[in-house]
Design a binder for this molecule. Structure first.
Ligand code: FAD
Length: 455
């Protein structure tokens, strides 16, 4: 077993970054191996995007049906079935592409050699190129160590009962998605967010419809709230926090901590051993082809700068795989969609009006609301709006923000528009089927044209 296997490309991690890179390199004719220490598919498939969206849509269905009791066991088995299907699907994909999968933990020996440790053996692998895609894990707060009643997103997704009450520390997208989901299933939810609004990073008018809906879901939201300690009672926990300087506390059955994620660049991986640089936050600095300071070793996904999102990881995967097969590729984050799967959904691509103006650009914006759209009314989804930001002079679309039903799907048209430097007229004169939510996008473009030409 100690003889080294030889591969063209070693990919460490099988999340959306790793499996996409492996597939693309294999499609280019290279001999590829993937190492995974946990389940195939990474965080996204197993404990991230996929299970969270399964629970979100079940919570939505439950709320719409107006039933009083939830069969949570059924919900969890629905979610688990989807996760298994997706994880197996990634496994089949790798197999079909003749990609070797090694189960175990990878560590670097030198810059052309790694060892995979699993329970009963050590596999030595020599590689020409390596793509590191080891992802991230939840940040743990010192005052709120995980275990027992203090949950990370991973445990929260796997609860076998709907908690009676839940405190969520951190009102970013993961906290809002999971907090609202449990509230819809019947938990009494309290959200503590340190910034002055939930979903910091989105413009305030986009978060307002979400706040309104959270209030309908009986969620208590504290902003400017810093959690500082926890007290364990018999079957509950009390979280003490300061809200704009005032001492407060709240008691619940569980605490969910969603304050961000940290890159898996430490531990046994051995990056320092081979001289790969890290930033002080543990991220790997890369160039525009995702190369580390060692040119035949690439890094992608949650371990490099930028928002920790699955589609960013898979995008970088394509760029890195192309770079090592000598195809011209470099990253361009001009569009990068950001989506929150709250109710209503929030999505943005490109620049916001504020960001564009901060860059000194002269812009025109157009806005159209869901309230007058026939399809939205039929869907009982009349809350929300589409906003388009264009360069004033050229009418080129540079950004878009949507809050409302199906924002996650509607943003795709605008992402393509930005990517292709489309103008407001391109959208306004594209025939959009009637009655669809897409017509709101068309109307926002028309509104921007009218506003811009009025002066
Ligand atoms: P990961 O998916 O983290 O995969 C890395 C893999 O590498 C892991 O499986 C790990 O076991 C393995 N690994 C690490 N070190 C080693 C080693 N030394 N040897 C072998 N294997 C190793 N993103 C979205 O875009 N949309 C969403 O809706 C969304 N929802 C989310 C919801 C939740 C609750 C969470 C937690 C995250 C969500 N994300 C979402 C973020 C998304 O999951 C991540 O951005 C994405 O998974 C990152 O992909 P990656 O390939 O960089 O790494």
């Amino acid at each position: 077993e100690n003889e080294a296997r030889q591969v063209d490309v070693l990919v460490i991690g099988s999340g959306p970054g790793g499996y996409t890179a492996a597939k693309r390199a294999a499609d280019a004719g290279l001999h590829v191996a993937v190492v995974e220490r946990n389940r195939i598919g990474g965080v996204c498939t197993n404990v991230g995007c996929i299970p969270s969206k399964a629970l979100i849509s079940e919570a939505h269905r439950f709320e719409i049906r107006g039933q009083s009791n939830i069969n949570f066991e059924e919900v969890q088995s629905f979610k688990n079935a989807i996760v298994n299907k997706q994880s197996n699907g990634v496994g089949f994909l790798l197999k079909n592409k003749n990609i070797t999968v090694f189960h175990g933990e990878a560590r670097f020996i030198n810059d052309h050699k790694a060892i995979v440790d699993n329970m009963d053996s050590e596999i030595h692998i020599r590689f020409e190129h390596c793509i590191i895609a080891t992802g991230s894990r939840p940040i743990e707060l010192r005052a709120f160590p995980y275990g027992g009643r203090i949950l990370s997103s991973t445990e929260a997704l796997d609860l076998n009962q709907v908690p009676e009450s839940l405190i969520v520390i951190g009102g970013g997208y993961i906290g809002i998605e999971l907090g609202q989901t449990f509230a819809r299933f019947g938990s009494k939810v309290t959200i503590l967010e340190g910034a002055d609004q939930i979903l910091p990073g989105f413009e305030a008018d986009m978060t307002r419809p979400v706040v309104k809906k959270l209030e309908e879901n009986h969620v208590d939201i504290y902003t400017g709230a810093l959690a500082d300690r926890v007290e364990h009672l018999q079957d509950q926990v009390t979280v003490h926090f300061k809200e704009n300087g005032n001492e407060r506390h709240v008691t619940a059955q569980f605490v969910l901590v969603t304050v961000g994620r940290r890159p898996n660049t430490d531990g046994n991986l051995g990056l320092e051993r081979i001289g790969i640089q890290l930033t002080d936050r543990g991220l790997i600095p890369v160039d525009e082809q995702c190369r580390t300071n060692i040119p035949h070793i690439f890094a992608i996904g949650d371990i490099v700068a930028g928002p920790a999102l699955a589609h960013k990881a898979s995008y970088e995967a394509k760029v890195a795989a192309d770079a090592l097969t000598h195809r011209h590729a470099k990253v361009d984050y001009k569009v990068l969609p950001l989506v929150v799967f709250s109710d209503p959904e929030v999505a943005s691509a490109g620049l916001s009006e504020t960001e564009a103006r901060a860059r000194g650009m002269e812009v025109v914006t157009g806005r159209a609301s869901y309230g007058i759209n026939g399809r939205a009314l039929a869907l009982r989804a009349s809350e929300g709006f589409v906003k388009i930001v264009a360069e004033k002079e050229t009418e080129r679309i540079i950004g878009a923000q949507i809050v409302g039903s199906e924002a996650s799907n509607l943003i795709a048209e605008l992402a393509l528009a930005i990517e292709m430097s489309a103008t407001l007229e391109d959208i306004a004169l594209t025939i959009h089927a009637h009655p669809t939510l897409g017509e709101i996008v068309m109307e926002a473009a028309e509104a921007a044209i009218a506003k811009g030409r009025r002066g």
